[in-house]
Design a protein around this ligand. Sequence first.
Ligand SMILES: Cc1cc2nc3c(=O)[nH]c(=O)nc-3n(C[C@H](O)[C@H](O)[C@H](O)COP(=O)(O)OP(=O)(O)OC[C@H]3O[C@@H](n4cnc5c(N)ncnc54)[C@H](O)[C@@H]3O)c2cc1C
Length: 429
Amino acid sequence: MLQKVVIVGAGPTGLLLAHYLLRRGKYRVELYERRSDPRLVDVSQDRTFPISLQERGRKALRKIAGLEEAIISASVFCNGSKIYRQRGKALEISRTIPLLTIDRNRLVMILLQHLTQTYNSDQLTVKFSCQCVEVDRSAKTVTLKPEQGEAFSLTYDRLVAADGARSPIRDYLVQDAGLQCDQNYVPDAYKSVFLTRLNPALGLELEPDKIHGWNRDNKTRMLMVPQPGDQLNGVIIFEQEQNPLSSLRTKEEVLTFFQENFPLFGQLMSPEEAEAFWHRLVGRVLTVQCDRFHEGDSILLIGDAAHAVSPSIGQGCNASLEDVLIFERLLEQYEDDWALVLPTFSEQRVPDAHALRELSDYSFPRAKRLVAEYFLRLKIRRFLHRCFPQWVKPFVFDLLLDHDLPYSQVLRLHQGWINKVKRSLPQSS
Ligand SMILES: Cc1cc2nc3c(=O)[nH]c(=O)nc-3n(C[C@H](O)[C@H](O)[C@H](O)COP(=O)(O)OP(=O)(O)OC[C@H]3O[C@@H](n4cnc5c(N)ncnc54)[C@H](O)[C@@H]3O)c2cc1C
């Protein structure tokens, strides 16, 4: 008989896990998602941003026939970054291995379409606008509340919390099952921005294969990523405590703000985007560190629900997709015996998730003198690695982006640098 797996959260992690479980032929999957069905409604741009995927995440997608190809066809490859400044030439950082970049909601849409085209309703149910509101682990039931209608409960054999950084299932386990979990908001907040890459009237054209960044100062910066159709999607990042946008009252003020502070990007912003930007919500990033990713033999925490990190080094989604790959390897190894698979998953993955958090918080420095040192180290390491690849490993960012070494090993190799950045921050002194 098929085991019933209830997955809460149809983000990248929940959807990819559904693919992996269903192809094993031993499970029936029910997926419940709080947001609306992206196939039926015009998806709001409030809660989307570009995600860059590297080998770590891509190798997990590749295991499902046709999936990586479908994602690539909706993505853009970037072979480096350009960091603009108020004065002087832009700083160019090249990449030998290009980054695949895709809008989060587009990634979700492709994972979903592929899933529903591959499996029928005997194997898979996907319900949107349906929020998990309660769990009872002794009765093995979960209660869901549809946007319209009465709440209902259902039983599960296995329950998966793929419900993101603010996971209610994780909160339930903290309260009811002694899960230890440290949660913190990062000081930065962000707002999504949607521009075009071209302004023919001004003769402006930003390169289609570069990530474009602008650091106005240590506190406010923009990161814009080319997307198909000459779009440029990205974010403005600022300190929540000193929100430079809070005083803007009209779309004209929004345009002036961007033209004065990020002149290049300001020239690529349409009046419609200025209006939409003003209404758009500010996003906060919650980081999560848990002591285990399971409860008993039936509840799994995975993806951001288990280990959300700051997006500073673009690893959250890569790590979440990699979780799925590792989880399936254990299912294979232990012949789908979840009583063995779940604790082993925690044992293997928790150290890497903790290392990822350190790397995300401290790989890239904020102090001006360390930023200069960072780029110098990057350059020297690249040169030495090219000359003596067997002796010199790449610098931390290249090692994270171009390789799939476990995060704990990356941290071990670069602990000195991470400690230096940590010491430079006021709160860690
Ligand atoms: C600005 C920004 C830029 C980023 N850039 C990168 C990048 O370049 N590279 C990278 O690897 N990562 C990046 N990330 C991180 C990445 O977005 C996340 O790691 C990834 O989305 C995690 O996927 P997930 O499916 O685990 O969680 P989510 O994407 O958060 O999905 C969880 C889903 O669960 C649903 N849900 C929540 N609660 C409930 C409930 N009670 N009931 C039902 N459903 C529920 C949510 O609606 C959501 O759809 C970035 C993040 C941000 C904020």
